[in-house]
Ligand binder design. Structure first.
Ligand code: AMP
Length: 211
């Protein structure tokens, strides 16, 4: 069954989803990564997306779904959705899309983190651009040393500026937090404490997935 990893920006969804992909062979779909790839392609759609992302707003629901649908349609195994759904409308659209594709949604796991910790993490986080164009986040799965050893270039995401971080957090509270209530009502919602060492968060995720 597919799963959704929810949480504020910087809660560690991407880091944990990468580990779940590596160890439990889920297909990891990060909508942020899908959108950044579109931006990097230089397409007209990419330019449109870039303006929205850089100011910390959300891509319109219909546009997001049509981009995501192309990725999900080709998926073979179980999927981890990372960064989707971010609005209640997207959650409703996800149910409909999975049903049409004959897929099933299992647990929705929220990686919870206090706002002060989110701000501290996002203000200091760094990315690495590898010579092949791939981008990795510097963190537990990919160190600064890994970046240097592979000839990568360290940079800060354009949406990790103090203004954009503050805006993204307010967007999260207004638009994404209600998604938790949507899934709580559906009896699928579970919570994991994101303010722990990444290995401990991962261990808690495994426990929740096995339950
Ligand atoms: P992320 O990498 O998950 O932090 O996403 C980076 C940015 O991509 C967000 O701040 C949004 O602008 C956009 N984005 C990612 N996922 C979605 C989504 N499900 N709906 C709308 N916009 C999204």
């Amino acid at each position: 069954m597919d799963i959704v990893l929810m949480g504020a920006p910087g809660a560690g969804k991407g880091t944990q989803a990468e580990q779940l992909e590596k160890q439990l062979h889920y297909m990891h779909i990060s909508t942020g990564d899908v959108l950044r790839k579109e931006m990097a392609s230089g397409s007209e759609l990419g330019k449109e997306i870039s303006a929205v992302i850089n100011r910390g707003d959300l891509i319109p629901d219909d546009m997001m779904l049509s981009i995501l649908k192309k990725v999900v349609s080709g998926a073979k195994g179980d999927i981890i959705f990372d960064g989707f759904p971010r609005t209640v409308k997207q959650a409703e659209m996800l149910d409909k899309m999975l049903c049409e594709l004959g897929r099933k949604l299992g647990k929705v796991i929220n990686v919870s983190l206090a706002d002060e910790v989110v701000i501290a993490r996002l203000s200091t986080r760094k990315q690495c651009k590898l010579p092949n164009g791939e981008t990795k986040q510097i963190g537990p799965n990919f160190s600064l040393e890994d970046c240097k050893a592979q000839g990568g270039e360290v940079f800060t995401r354009k949406d990790d500026t103090p203004e954009s971080i503050a805006h993204r957090l307010s967007v999260y509270h207004k638009q994404t937090a209600p998604v938790a209530d949507f899934y709580r009502a559906a009896g699928r919602f579970v919570e994991v404490n994101g303010d722990q060492a990444p290995d401990q968060v991962f261990a808690d995720l495994l426990t929740v997935l096995k339950a």
